[in-house]
Design a protein around this ligand. Structure first.
Ligand code: SF4
Length: 330
């Protein structure tokens, strides 16, 4: 780790393929910024994905597309480690060792487990229960000092911290390090339905890699202030997701104009969305250009992931050696 950096950050994301604005605002943007302050380890958590996916058919494509989006968005692979979770098998070893200091009741009490069990009652597998232990193993294997996550993941970070204390106490060691949570600035981005969190599975998303025309089409489908029925009705931008997006992607003078003109029916929703689409496309243009440039040679992404694997394994091997010695395994 370089002395100039404040510590090591770890974060993982499931291989969900092409990323959308919600991923970008909620995680990727933060990933990029953190590189200036921290040594960053970013993991594509394919093992975690197995707890909920029915098929691994698209795993390779989804991994490639997601890594490509990360690189195009500004994650710098020379500084940061980008790798695939299953490429570092030491995480499974740490997961198993940590499971021995994990009370089962704690896992089944976690709200995230209850929610997952409710969503897929036909498939409450062991991996689903042990998910927070594997997540803790991910973080602890790399001795991350900080973990950038949404507020909904807070119980998991607290759980990882408790595991560290239990493990270190039980084996009279200090090899594991308690991570701190770093809340993201945009924990929730609504989809084009204006109701639910942006998500591919809900088909309410806008892909970063979409063409300008596709992006405009998605923006034009956005739900606005539901009380504004006719063009002549005054609107309320405070309840409109289009306005929320303007605040992120449009210049200040247009944000102010929309805020004023919407309230007195001076601007219609169609024009307001067209304006947003223009600013959003301008914002995404450098991303799209970088993406096309990187994608020209598909080996680039796989090379980055292979290099990340080597660097991640080097850290993981060291931690596992310390852990097994602390535990007293021969
Ligand atoms: S004018 Fe814009 S901010 Fe106002 S309701 Fe329509 S889309 Fe939303």
């Amino acid at each position: 780790m370089t002395d100039a950096k404040r510590g090591r950050v770890f974060s993982g994301a499931r291989p969900t393929g092409r990323q959308h604005l919600g991923n970008y605002l909620g995680a990727i943007q933060n990933y990029v910024a953190l590189q200036d302050e921290y040594e960053c380890v970013y993991c594509i958590v394919d093992l975690h994905a197995l707890t909920t996916v029915d098929t691994t058919e698209n795993l390779r494509t989804n991994t490639y597309e997601m890594a490509l989006d990360w690189l195009a968005a500004g994650i710098r692979p020379v500084e940061s480690i980008i790798f695939i979770q299953s490429h570092v098998p030491q995480v499974a070893e740490l997961h198993l060792i940590l499971s021995m200091v994990t009370p089962l009741g704690k896992l089944t009490d976690l709200p995230t487990f209850k929610e997952k069990a409710r969503m897929q009652p036909h498939n409450i597998n062991y991996g689903l229960v042990g998910y927070p232990v594997l997540m803790a193993a991910d973080i602890l294997l790399y001795k991350a000092s900080a973990v950038p996550v949404g507020i909904d993941q807070e119980p998991h970070i607290e759980f990882a911290r408790e595991l560290v204390r239990s493990f270190n106490y039980r084996f009279n060691t200090d090899v594991l390090v308690e991570p701190q949570m770093k809340a993201t600035e945009f924990p929730k981005v609504l989809g084009i339905d204006g109701q639910q969190k942006m998500s591919k599975s809900l088909n309410n998303h806008i892909e970063l890699a979409a063409t300008p025309q596709e992006t405009t089409e998605r923006v034009m489908q956005m739900v606005t202030d539901p009380a504004r029925i006719r063009r002549s009705d005054p609107g309320n931008p405070d309840v409109c997701n289009v306005y929320s997006m303007h605040k992120i992607f449009s210049p200040q003078e247009d944000v102010e104009m929309v805020n004023v003109e919407c309230r007195r029916a001076g601007i219609g929703c169609v024009d307001c969305k067209r304006l947003l689409a223009r600013h959003l496309n301008a914002h995404l243009e450098p991303f799209r250009a970088r993406r096309a440039e990187i994608a020209r040679d598909p080996n680039t992404v796989w090379y980055v992931l292979e290099d990340g694997k080597q660097r991640a394994q080097a850290i993981a091997s060291q931690t596992i050696a310390e852990v097994t010695e602390a535990v007293g395994l021969l």
